[in-house]
Design a protein around this ligand. Sequence first.
Ligand code: AVI
Length: 322
Amino acid sequence: TALKPGVHPLTDGPRTTQSMKDDVLHGLSQTPKQLPAKYLYDERGSSLFDDICTLEAYYPTRTEVQILDTHANDMAAHAGSKAALIEYGSGTSQKTHRLLKALHDPAAYVPIDIAREHLLAASERIAEAFPALPVFPVWADYTATVPMPVPAEAYTRAVAFYPGSTIGNFLPEQAIAFLQQVRTRVGASGGLLIGADLKKDPNRLRHAYNDPQGVTAAFNKNLLIRLNRELDGDFAIDQFAHEARWVPEHNRIEMHLVSQTEQTVQVAGRSFAFESGESICTEYSHKYTLEGFEALLARANWQIRATWTDPDRLFSVHYAEP
Ligand code: AVI
């Protein structure tokens, strides 16, 4: 299918199915069992995540949108004119839409996402809304080194956009490695606009990840459905329960899938035994203080130039430079 005017052909980036098998076998062999959170995002998982973002319980999305709307002009001033905006894990590109409205004559938009249909649909919506803006979708696992499809002479500054506090889904050491890779990608003249979810009342956090509608539970369990389909697994989905825990010593929410019985599961040609109550940790979501987040960025050689928060200090957005 031809893409709408303004959308350049899809750049086919690194996406590694072999490493999914290796990662799953490795993670399920660990004690405690764990799986990398990035595998939550197949097409179905990406749609379920979009649904999470609209939930009353899940405050981060609307809070960050409010911060972006309030301070977009200030953010645009930092990015300057003719910036190329590179978004890591672009999803529906809804936050980007609000940012692009404020940017001064942006040179290009480069959304990177692992869910191909999501990526193409979002790219077309952006191209339609901003006819003068070239859109260069990159279909890739952005934790790998991703190609940059825009010629360097086309823009003045590359600005990475990483909203949602997705950085919190990495362990701190991984987050630093990723932020260093982003820094290499945007170069010495580049910038980074990044969202961070702030530490708050644990009850509020637990509620956000154990929503009453059960959408987060469906998002979590979809990982098992994916393993059944893609790695020939035989997980009995209803024999695992979703649970999100606040772990204060690590400042993080952890999502788990808790085995409801003693059982053995086959996946990717191997068997794994579960005790009743034993869980697989499927995601970390770290929460930050403003100082802690600044220190994390500094360890990856990023200096924060501006910080914006909402009045209740639930969430923060930062502009940083190398
Ligand atoms: C994408 N990421 C920032 C979300 C979070 O809040 O950690 C993923 C998510 N997991 C459960 N709900 C939302």
